[in-house]
Design a protein around this ligand. Structure first.
Ligand code: MG
Length: 485
């Protein structure tokens, strides 16, 4: 009897040592981040879309972890700044969208996810929309990526923008795109749009410093990006790799390949989402074929909420209030799906607050890369939560700050703060901030009922924390990259 127990203990110890050893002595995992553009919280089957079918993304969620409170910045450029650097956009003075030919961009001293992973021997590839400055010195291959293929900014920053008059000799496809955009509505009156509307310069499809094409056929973009992603995985399957695939779609103007045209009851937007879902399926298939499924963590998320002003050509935030550009949940809460078979519990779901700025510390931890010690990062390491399915008390207690756009260094545009169920919306007052509205997001996901008068202590605690955190951030704001002219 004694002997049996001893053998059992030895067997258990051996098993534990073996499994821990296996997990930690293997080469670090591969990472794939799939980043969609202007896709809403409610545009996936697994997030409750009643019309858009996304079986591959739904399967990805069923085999991994789905976040229900995952955040981004409210629009394109700042969201990518957060993702790449693990910081709130104003911390790196990049809280606005860059237009073509901008004289500024991400600062050379910023440390991107790609740079951290490269220091650990990763092969790094970026495909798609960068939007952190399009001068060659700001592009991905100068910021840690071995190779880059994609559009340097948004796919509507081209001469066929609906605000521009038709061009002599333009193709029917371009005219149709312009007419469609004019019909569905136009919301781009931001300050980066030239006063006469539109962008006279052609939109380049880049391979590093080389312009492959101008004004590329956007009906082919999702497929081209996918083919490049699959090729990259096949080529670098034997070394740790990092692939950042930032789709142009479903940002307007919408384009879809022939194989998905007219296939969705949600119209062109739905068809575009079906093609993105197909793309996710192709990537998953390739990982399985190459036998690296359990060695690869795949993340799927969106850069901001849906561009509601485009009507039927924009996405849906589901039950959330507002859309792209706003500090309401619909502007900043996005789908967040993590899949890594054997390491992330399948079918798990968490309401813990997380954000795309958490990816840098999370991926660094999983890759064994040290975080920079000379700067403050706002993101938090999610690796424990991903592997155990349970948030630490540090994550449960975290505060998340909602930042709007701002062009001035050290002048962050704070809009709201959240901790747990509570979200406090802020307004400006002489030199500081004041509380305006308080929402209980667990009971009132649509931010309909202001509870500020009922919870003065919660209001005061959130207000004090927001002001303090924001003041510290403003003091430590790092500079934007500027061209030396
Ligand atoms: Mg966007």
């Amino acid at each position: 009897m004694k002997k049996t127990s001893l053998s059992l203990v030895i067997a258990i110890v051996y098993f534990v040592v073996l499994s821990v050893g296996t997990a930690r002595t293997d080469s670090p995992p591969n990472f794939i981040i799939i980043f969609t553009d202007d896709q809403g919280y409610g545009d996936l089957g697994c997030y409750g879309s009643p019309e858009i079918e996304t079986p591959n993304i739904d399967r990805m969620a069923a085999e991994g972890m789905r976040f229900t409170s995952f955040y981004a910045a409210p629009f394109c450029g700042p969201s990518r700044a957060s993702l790449m650097t693990g910081s709130y956009p104003p911390r790196l003075s990049l809280a606005f969208n860059h237009g073509p030919g901008a004289k500024t961009g991400i600062h050379a001293d910023e440390i991107t996810i790609a740079e951290l992973l490269k220091s650990k021997g990763y092969r790094t590839q970026m495909i798609g929309k960068w939007h952190l400055g399009d001068h060659p010195s700001f592009l991905p291959h100068r910021n840690g990526f071995d190779d880059y293929l994609g559009l340097p900014y948004s796919n509507d920053m081209w001469p066929f923008h609906p605000k521009m008059p038709p061009r002599p000799g333009e193709s029917d496809r371009m005219t149709a795109a312009r007419n469609r955009a004019a019909y569905t509505g136009f919301a781009g009156q931001g300050s980066f749009y030239p006063p006469d509307g539109g962008f006279p310069e052609p939109l380049p499809l880049l391979h590093n410093d080389t312009v492959l094409e101008t004004n590329p056929d956007q009906t082919r973009l999702t497929t081209r990006y996918t083919e490049k992603a699959v090729e990259f995985i096949g080529k670098y399957k034997d070394q740790p790799f990092f692939l950042y695939l930032a789709h142009a779609m479903p940002h307007v103007p919408l384009f879809v390949s022939e194989k998905f045209r007219g296939k969705s009851k949600r119209g062109l937007y739905g068809s575009v989402m079906m093609e993105i879902d197909w793309s996710v399926g192709e990537i998953m298939k390739k990982l399985k074929q190459e036998g690296i499924d359990e060695k690869t963590m795949v993340v799927f998320t969106s850069d901001n909420g849906p561009w509601l002003q485009y009507g039927i050509d924009g996405g849906s935030a589901g039950p959330l209030r507002g859309g792209k550009g706003s500090h309401w949940e619909g502007g900043m809460r996005v789908p967040g799906i993590f899949r890594w078979p054997g390491s992330i519990p399948a079918g798990s779901r968490t309401s813990a607050i997380a954000a795309n700025m958490d990816l840098l510390p999370t991926l660094a931890t999983l890759a064994g890369a040290a975080l920079p010690s000379d700067r403050t990062l706002d993101g938090m390491d999610l690796s424990g939560l991903l592997e155990s399915g349970r948030p630490s008390s540090k994550i449960e207690d975290r505060f998340f700050l909602y930042y709007g756009g701002s062009r001035r260094t050290g002048q962050p545009n704070l809009k709201a703060i959240r901790q747990g169920a509570w979200k406090l919306v802020l307004g400006r007052t002489e030199g500081s901030y004041k509380a305006i509205e308080l929402y209980d997001l667990h009971r009132d996901i649509s931010e309909a009922e202001n509870r500020m008068d009922q919870y003065p202590e919660v209001t005061q605690r959130l207000l004090t924390t927001a002001i303090q955190y924001n003041a510290d951030l403003a003091k430590e704001a790092r500079p934007l990259g500027r061209l030396q002219l």
